[in-house]
Design a protein around this ligand. Structure first.
Ligand code: DQA
Length: 142
């Protein structure tokens, strides 16, 4: 009963980064809420953010081997560019839920395609931080 939450590049800036698009909550606010929610459900949770594609891949690879049942991932801009993250997720056997704070489909055309969606079991976009909570609920419901 272990879940990994991965946040991609620039999400460390949440709270000050285009708050009209991404909201006023910081990444710590979001992660703290998820830690609480997971504890209530009796799940172990690890939340990590990286600005580096390779580090995100290393974390996904590690999750294959340490009993992680599910990955909740907001790949941020790598959503739209990274075959390497898709490949890493394809090597992971558990559930994968893709989350975007903003509704990427209402934005620029280059945000409409997601490599990660080719692997994701579920995709949530446009619900702000609520999307992570919904994803964690779904994971814990099994
Ligand atoms: C994002 C959407 C991406 O297009 C963008 O590059 C991000 C954040 C979101 O959460 O809405 O950095 O993944």
């Amino acid at each position: 009963h272990k879940v990994l939450v991965l946040h991609g590049p620039n999400l460390n800036l949440l709270g000050t980064r285009q708050p009209e698009v991404y909201g006023h909550e910081t990444l710590d606010d979001i992660d703290n809420g998820l830690y609480e929610q997971a504890a209530l459900g009796g799940w172990e949770i690890v939340c990590r953010q990286s600005n580096h594609e390779g580090e995100l891949i290393d974390l996904i690879q590690a999750a294959r081997l340490d009993g992680t049942a599910a990955i909740i991932i907001n790949p941020a801009a790598y959503t739209h560019t990274s075959v390497a993250i898709l490949d890493a997720l394809n090597a992971f056997d558990g559930r994968v839920i893709e989350v975007h704070l903003s509704n990427v489909h209402r934005r620029e055309a280059f945000r409409h395609h997601s490599y990660v969606s080719l692997r994701a079991d579920g995709v949530i976009a446009g619900l702000g931080s609520q999307g992570y909570r919904a994803a964690l609920d779904a994971v814990m419901a099994g």
